[in-house]
Design a protein around this ligand. Structure first.
Ligand SMILES: Cc1cc2nc3c(=O)[nH]c(=O)nc-3n(C[C@H](O)[C@H](O)[C@H](O)COP(=O)(O)O)c2cc1C
Length: 200
């Protein structure tokens, strides 16, 4: 049995009453059910709500300059991860800025040679898919290429309850398709990283 994967799950919406938290809680449960370890990076909760609108990315700290401890710890979790899961709403047909703002603080190099997955949602019928397509380009630049499946959740308020419990029979099968792909790619990439390293 392969050792469990470490997955960092990012949620970037911060609104009062946000629906993203339901989706994040649902996906955390689904990942844990399949034996994965999950770190939850929630832009609205400590310590991640301490990220200001980007003032200083980690890679602009000079030699010897003190990076805030919580930020250094968060970076280490990104370094240690085998895969990333983005939970994204759609703001004006685009990626919610809280999501990119959080990620922009970290150097792209620490995401590289690992896969990512996208879960998008909206209360409407398109399920946040327009943001997901933009997120694909963004994740390409981060070096954590997204797997082909995008798990889109339309009418999210009817699909998951406030505690993250699925209310729609397609939810678990939809999550499984994405997690299966993420799992396959993450294991393959981890094996290859361990065997030959990564290009310098
Ligand atoms: C600033 C803003 C822009 C939005 N733009 C869109 C949009 O372009 N397409 C869409 O389907 N929903 C849009 N919505 C509605 C969101 O999909 C809905 O509020 C969703 O719940 C947002 O995720 P959250 O609850 O986690 O913040 C927008 C909401 C906000 C606050």
């Amino acid at each position: 049995m392969a050792k469990p994967l470490k997955v960092v799950l990012f949620l970037g919406t911060c609104r009062e009453g946000r629906l993203g938290l339901r989706v994040a809680n649902f996906m955390i449960n689904e990942l844990k059910k399949t034996g994965h370890e999950v770190e939850f990076f929630d832009a609205a909760s400590k310590p991640f709500n301490q990220f200001p609108i980007l003032e200083k990315a980690m890679f602009f700290y000079k030699e010897g300059e003190k990076v805030p401890e919580w930020m250094a710890e968060a970076k280490q979790k990104v370094v240690d991860a085998d895969a990333y899961l983005m939970v994204s709403g759609e703001y004006n047909h685009s990626i919610p800025p809280g999501l990119t703002n959080m990620i922009d603080h970290f150097p792209t190099s620490i995401f590289g040679y690992k896969p990512s997955g996208i879960v998008c949602y909206s209360p409407g019928i398109y399920g946040g898919m327009r943001a997901a397509i933009q997120l694909r380009a963004f994740l390409g630049e981060m070096g954590c290429l997204p797997v082909s499946n995008i798990f889109g959740i339309p009418k999210v308020h009817q699909a998951i309850d406030g505690d993250g419990k699925p209310l729609d029979s397609h939810m678990e099968s939809g999550a499984k398709k994405l997690i299966d792909q993420l799992d396959w790619h993450a294991h393959a990439m981890r094996n290859h990283r361990e065997k030959v390293g990564t290009p310098k």
